[in-house]
Ligand binder design. Structure first.
Ligand SMILES: [Zn+2]
Length: 448
């Protein structure tokens, strides 16, 4: 299931903003994040070796996908990394994307942005913080959150606020080349990206990719990186077929969800029966919408890879979104059976079950959504809304109130969150773990 979370971010009001009393709002902009279990798994697969080579725990680096056609990547709030859909779609081969991720990992390990954040706290810190919180809040699926000047306008501000120094850029390159070498990945991909942005220096800012503005590229930087890269034993090494497969599949899915479906269908050869042509067609037909033809394509994909959870999930999505929840449930159940630890798939199984309006299905939904919340470390706002509904329908008003309080806290609606937590306290057994959670929400939010 690919979902798009669009929030017009207008004010700083996220649970994470509690500590940031000085937060100021930057101009409101729409910030769209893409959540997709399959693509997120692919990015973990691509980035894992580089993170481990950098001494980072892959589970502790959060990658978020920004829906933005421009090519950009940046780190924020310590160990979070944002990659744009433009970057994912315009990378020609895995080594290019992995090279950018390695470079960003170099900024994380070097603590570059964190240092700037402290240095500029008085003048510009609040805006940087706003950017980080905006992405974090949108990633949590929160409601109104911090404004973020990421895409589009504000290019001069972006360069002033987010651009690294030349020394930091070279340091991140050298660190990245070390990680790539340790992980046995061709550094040629990273050089191809640098070459591409190097060429943009002749453009006016308006026509540059944001990556080139925030990661300034000098001739000296490029020649240093090239000299080092060409000595790598992995220079020119091909990516493993498995890596290439998931990378190409990610691009096919992004094409399906982001291109205009009529245009995508027009440029695909209807006789092309290859896996990724079918994936592009399935998603484009679903969005057209032509669910029956989309389902015919996805059934062919399932026949090609019967134990692939994400094709069953896609089938569930097409069925659920075309109003066939009863048929979507078995598709999602199969996806969960094949990928029991994917919180996003559990969330959609829960949603499909709730759509049945049946007591037994409500109980199954509650179990699936509880698992999804546990596996995602709390769950996002959409999952929590569904979980509260499942609690209410199964007669657990106390847990419904607590879950609603947690969702409101993520969304930054502090007063409402505190009120719901107080209500939960009157309903939950005294001294229970759930009552303690309600108490914690009240304590952390009531004095803000
Ligand atoms: Zn950089």
């Amino acid at each position: 299931m690919m979902t798009r979370l669009t929030r017009t971010l207008s004010r700083a009001a996220c649970a994470l903003a509690v500590a940031a009393a000085t937060l100021q709002a930057a101009p409101a902009q729409a910030l769209s994040l893409i959540r997709d279990a399959e693509i997120e798994a692919t990015l973990r697969r691509l980035s894992g070796p580089v993170f481990r080579a950098a001494g980072l725990d892959p589970d502790e680096v959060r990658i978020v996908i920004l829906q933005d056609p421009s090519v950009n990547a940046f780190v924020f709030g310590g160990r979070n990394m944002a990659l744009t859909t433009g970057l994912l779609r315009e990378s020609d081969r895995p080594a290019q994307l992995i090279g950018v991720i390695a470079h960003e990992a170099g900024h994380i390990v070097g603590g570059h942005l964190a240092r700037r954040q402290i240095a500029e706290r008085n003048a510009r810190g609040p805006v940087l913080l706003g950017l980080a919180l905006g992405v974090a809040a949108a990633a949590a699926g929160g409601g109104p959150a911090a404004a973020a000047a990421i895409a589009g306008g504000g290019q001069a501000a972006e360069r002033a606020l987010l651009a690294y120094s030349r020394a930091e850029e070279s340091a991140a390159d050298q660190a990245a080349l070390t990680y790539l070498e340790r992980a046995g990945i061709d550094p040629g991909g990273m050089l191809e990206v640098l070459d591409r942005f190097r060429g943009q220096e002749v453009f006016s800012e308006r026509h540059q990719d944001p990556f080139a503005r925030t990661h300034p590229i000098s001739a000296e930087r490029l020649s240093l990186a090239r000299a080092r890269a060409m000595r790598s034993p992995a220079w020119g090494r091909a990516s493993p077929p498995e890596t290439v497969y998931w990378f190409d599949r990610m691009r096919a899915k992004l094409d399906g969800f982001l291109e205009r479906p009529d245009r995508l269908l027009a440029r695909l050869d209807p006789a092309d029966g290859s896996e990724f042509a079918r994936l592009r067609r399935a998603v484009a037909l679903h969005r057209l919408p032509d669910p029956d033809r989309a389902l015919a394509e996805v059934d062919k994909l399932i026949a090609m890879r019967p134990s692939d959870p994400y094709y069953h999930e896609l089938k569930g999505q097409i069925l659920l979104e075309s109003g066939r929840a009863a048929q979507a449930v078995p598709a999602y159940r199969e996806a969960v059976r094949l990928a029991p630890d994917e919180p996003l798939i559990l969330a959609y199984l829960g949603r499909a079950l709730l759509a049945l309006n049946d007591p037994a299905a409500d109980r199954e939904a509650r179990a699936a959504l509880e698992q999804g919340a546990a596996r995602s470390g709390g769950g996002d706002a959409t999952l929590l809304r569904d979980l509260a509904l499942a609690y209410a329908r199964t007669g657990d008003e106390g847990m419904a109130a607590l879950t609603t309080a947690e969702r409101l806290a993520i969304a930054g609606a502090r007063r409402d969150a505190v009120n719901q937590a107080r209500r939960a306290l009157t309903l939950l057994p005294k001294g229970s773990p759930a009552a303690t959670r309600a108490q914690d929400i009240i304590l952390s939010l009531q004095d803000g």
